[in-house]
Design a protein around this ligand. Structure first.
Ligand SMILES: Cc1cc2nc3c(=O)[nH]c(=O)nc-3n(C[C@H](O)[C@H](O)[C@H](O)COP(=O)(O)O)c2cc1C
Length: 211
């Protein structure tokens, strides 16, 4: 089998902060600038930009509507976007050694199967010197529950306000090297899943799962 180049890959990047003056802005700019140098497209699921949908509270997630067609159109549309993505970049700040609630409430709006069987890169950041690695480690359990393939490499950005400028630049060699490893791995896994899915369909509990 010949695996093709990753042309046409599409990723969704999730942000996990709704805090005023959030550092999520600089991390978002840094990552989108970095990824723009690769042959992939990225859309952002941002709990602030999506505030109109109230994704900061888990009231009725899509999978809790007895009939999916009764769900609000924005839930159906955003769910379709997630199902179509080839991979995910999950960005969390560390809040009290844990995954930020804005991230989990955003992702909780949609059923696990919508995320399943695609790779996810984990990015964490914090003001502290460990770069949110405790949140990052917790995130693996959460992403497993959604059926995602979380890739081995991680990016943990320590002292985020010193490391990334407000316009998303960094000179930190460790951050640059980790980002390169994460993006390369994510593209590799996403390409592998996408290309192999074209020749062999995946069954979930005996039912067809369309990637
Ligand atoms: C509620 C809360 C808890 C925090 N807990 C931690 C922590 O456990 N470890 C750490 O290094 N920084 C911690 N911080 C600092 C954050 O890592 C830092 O404020 C970061 O910029 C948060 O991301 P945001 O600005 O995008 O919201 C905490 C911040 C908040 C608001």
């Amino acid at each position: 089998m010949v695996f093709l180049t990753p042309a046409g890959l599409h990723f969704i990047l999730f942000l996990g902060s709704v805090r005023e003056n959030r550092n999520a802005e600089r991390v978002k700019k840094y990552l989108t600038n970095f990824i723009a140098k690769h042959n992939v497209s990225v859309e952002i699921f941002d709990p602030v930009e999506m505030a109109v949908y109230n994704y900061t509270k888990v009231v009725t997630p899509l999978h809790y509507y007895p009939k999916q067609e009764d769900a609000p159109q924005h839930l159906l549309d955003n769910n379709a976007r997630i199902k179509k993505a080839d991979g995910f970049i999950i960005v969390t700040p560390e809040y009290h050694s844990a995954v930020a609630p804005a991230l989990s409430t955003l992702m909780d709006q949609f059923p696990g199967l919508s995320y399943a069987y695609r790779p996810a890169a984990i990015v964490s950041y914090s003001k502290g010197r460990f770069g949110g690695i405790r949140a990052s480690t917790q995130l693996r359990t959460f992403l497993s529950e959604l059926g995602m393939i979380h890739i081995p490499s991680v990016l943990a950005i320590a002292k985020v306000e010193n490391t990334i400028t407000p316009d998303g630049q960094t000179k930190d060699d460790t951050v640059l090297a980790s980002t390169a490893a994460v993006v390369e791995e994510l593209i590799w896994f996403a390409t592998t899943v996408k290309e192999y899915s074209k020749v062999k369909e995946l069954l979930y509990k005996g039912k067809k799962w369309i990637l």
